[in-house]
Design a protein around this ligand. Sequence first.
Ligand SMILES: Cc1ncc(COP(=O)(O)O)c(C=O)c1O
Length: 403
Amino acid sequence: MNKFTNIKKAKNMSQSFWQETNRLGLIGIEVNYQDDGMMLDQNQHEFINMCSYSYLGLDGHPDIIKGAVEAIIKAKTLNSTISRVRVCLEMLSDTEAALSKFYQCEALTVSTCAAASCALLPLLASGALTKEVAPLMIFDKHAHFSINLMKPICADETDIESAPHNDLNFVEDLCKKNKLVAYVADGVYSTGGHAPVKDLMYLQDKYGLILYFDEAHSISAYGKNGIGFVLDEMGGNLNEKTFIVASLNKAFGASGGLILMHKTIDKDIVLRYGGPLSWSQRVNTPGLGAIMASLKIHQSPELAIRQKQLTNNIQYFDSLTSSPYKDDKLAIRFVGIDSEEKTMAASKAAYEAGFYTSPLFFPIVPRGKSGLRVMLRSDLSEKAIKRFCDVINRFTKSEKEGK
Ligand SMILES: Cc1ncc(COP(=O)(O)O)c(C=O)c1O
């Protein structure tokens, strides 16, 4: 028992912090969007969300909203109420064909990014995607919760290992000792940093290493036309030994999860045996309309303009603060604060000043490494970033000065 997950332990260790965060009113916030992008909470307090996943500000884009509305009217239904393996809306096939063309590989949609990992990881573990050879699976220690949840299931199909974060020697060592190895990681990590994709590609070339990346925080925000960090590092081509899952609900500005795989992977096997892919829920018709509208934006000059605005905001934030992954050009920043109590006080002060930012602590980040997670966006003004940094720097500065 508890060889790969220990939810009871994690819950017991973190519960008091969640309770404290709740007491301070930093979770359970109910909001309405205002016309100017601000949020209004249940106490009529207006604030800017500094932890939005909408890195390019596409979530409220008029074309995407219009695409969603028009699609549901055209489809005459919110969803098809039968497994897609049996009967599938033409709109779903058309959307996946457009995504496949855009990413130049096989693209499948699924209800969420977590459902994409739930569909794909057990199949990968079984050997069904690798000519019936079950690979040894290495999970990066910092891989997302939705990936870690699948460890016990994968372990029932093959041998699995947990690797220290981004430890290439660990991976290479196991490549030398095993016939086939798969490495599972986030492309861009939700608490900052990224996978060493180029080095992993070297191991792929040398040992035939299978690579599985969660690009939830990267698709659209990075790369030419928003192909994402991993595909960009790979020169835009997804090879037959690499799998990507992503969220279409974050920078992409639509809804659902995405699976990207090489055209040679048997799509029918994935659809028939990929659990949530073939059950009753999938991206609904407004979601499909939103995806198509967002794809058009991805193929227009607007995407690069938004990416540039994002980069400018990241650089401006970095010029005002100090964080471990400074200069990596990624939108997620983790501002370390020396204690959980102070982290919460900083988050509370920011909220009172009109900014929401998540306090993070164990088990989301390692014990003793608490801090604030900040997610930068293209549609934040420099004035807002400066005001926000002035508030949080009060807490990080006093830490440095030993106050
Ligand atoms: C890295 C990563 N992967 C997967 C998910 C889950 O995404 P979804 O909500 O689309 O299932 C998240 C959640 O935000 C995430 O941060």
